[in-house]
Design a protein around this ligand. Structure first.
Ligand SMILES: *Cc1c(COP(=O)(O)O)cnc(C)c1O
Length: 409
């Protein structure tokens, strides 16, 4: 179908015949929107009145002093409505759905964050909304299920397979095949078949555009290095894309989970554990065994716990433009603690992966250097996990009781 949609050897659209026309329609609608200057204006208008754009750049004065090296700045994507950069993607796709004249959206969700963001967008635009979620994930994420339902979405438990994210993706595709006429599938990150990687990156590029302008205005020079965490890759590509043509080092940080040796991690680009394959409609690095079976992944941050990664990032690794590192669960909890205490900011567990790598490198740079971190989301959602990690008996008992109340509500 395509000559576009490839990034080096990665990407593409490996689709069942029945979906080809729908993907073509989406691609045409997206290209038309992209070439229409009024569309980007409509997008930035809604992001500035409904979310919190432009999100500010915060100078982390205390962390800078603590490490005694580079000046550390934080791009505040946590201040978006619903608490993360995911708002940029879902609102952008929502505007596209309106242009296509469709009336229903569906999405997959693991931890529930993308489900809540999609249900929020659907409520705002008046779309019908169905969210697919593995039964295991639904049990673990009751508060998010609660909000999706209040927002008017139907949340369908997926009982197939291991009843987690990858099974929910399969169900969502099945729904789409049956309801293509009126339905759009709101994919949550810069993965999947073309045009999703390009489209999601386009909406997330707003982060990098703003950040570049903001740092130039404030410091009158570019950062030395930019850091972002990498799940599917959308927040990283979003901020990196503002600096692709600049002499700026770009660093993506993946989840090393319980450590590489444990096998319980989600490093696809920073270790040698992943290999190139085609799955879920696109070609990239996957954590898979020799038979192409997807491996189990683990991260303390649910948003980084994924077997594939954006084909755009796979290409940027092969070309050497982006350096990839990894942070363990333990390192993440320590970095989170320090950030909370020094700056009064609560990054999401996902975002804290980027902070880990910055804390390893900040003191090796000079006071003339500038570091920029993308704080992709806020950590309020992680209260149970963080309390557990700190193993403070006083709070653990309280939190356990609260968690049980949710489960039995
Ligand atoms: C979902 C999520 C991520 C991971 O997604 P990317 O597509 O890699 O950006 C990172 N941070 C937060 C806060 C998230 O909610």
């Amino acid at each position: 179908m395509i000559d576009r949609g490839y990034y080096g050897e990665f990407g593409g659209a490996f689709l069942p015949e029945v979906l080809v026309a729908t993907f073509d329609e989406l691609d045409v609608a997206f290209q038309n929107a992209k070439n229409d200057p009024s569309f980007w204006k409509e997008y930035t208008d809604i992001m500035s009145t409904y979310s919190c754009r432009p999100t500010p750049l915060t100078f982390a004065e205390n962390l800078t002093r603590h490490f005694g090296g580079a000046r550390i700045y934080i791009k505040r994507e946590d201040l978006n409505h619903t608490g993360a950069h995911k708002a940029n993607n879902v609102m952008g796709q929502g505007l596209l759905v309106k242009r296509m004249g469709k009336t229903r959206v569906i999405a997959e969700t693991g931890a529930g964050q993308h489900g809540v963001a999609t249900a929020t967008m659907a409520a705002k635009f008046g779309f019908k909304c169905t969210i697919y979620m593995g039964e295991v994930d639904m049990e673990r994420q009751r508060p998010n299920v609660f909000w999706m339902e209040r927002l008017g979405a139907e949340v369908i438990p997926v009982l197939e397979g291991t009843r987690i994210l990858k099974d929910a993706i399969n169900e969502a595709f099945r729904d789409w095949v049956t309801n293509m006429d009126n339905t759009h599938y709101v994919l949550g990150t810069a993965c999947g078949p073309h045009p999703f990687p390009e489209m999601v990156s386009y909406f997330q590029s707003i982060i990098g555009k703003e950040a570049r302008e903001q740092i130039l205005e404030r410091e009158e020079r570019l950062p030395t290095r930019v850091y972002a965490c990498v799940g599917g890759g959308s927040n990283a590509i979003g901020i990196f894309s503002g600096f692709f043509d600049d002499p700026v080092e770009l660093v993506g940080v993946e989840a090393a989970g319980r450590g590489l040796a444990s096998g319980q991690h989600a490093t696809r680009l920073s270790s040698k554990d992943a290999s190139i394959g085609v799955a879920q409609g696109y070609k990239t690095y996957f954590l898979q065994d020799n038979n192409g079976q997807m491996k189990e992944t683990h991260s303390v941050a649910a948003g980084l716990d994924y077997v594939g990664v954006s084909p755009i990032l796979s290409h940027l690794r092969e070309s050497g433009r982006v350096r990839f590192e990894a942070a363990t669960d333990r390192e993440v909890i320590d970095a989170l603690s320090l950030t909370i205490q020094k700056e009064g900011l609560i990054p999401a567990l996902e975002s804290a992966h980027a902070f880990v790598q910055v804390f390893k490198e900040a003191s090796t740079l000079s006071k003339d250097d500038i570091i920029l971190i993308n704080q992709s989301g806020r950590g309020d959602k992680d209260i149970f996990t963080i309390a557990d990690a700190f193993a403070d008996p006083k709070w653990q008992d309280f939190i356990k009781k609260k968690a049980e109340e949710y489960h039995h509500a």
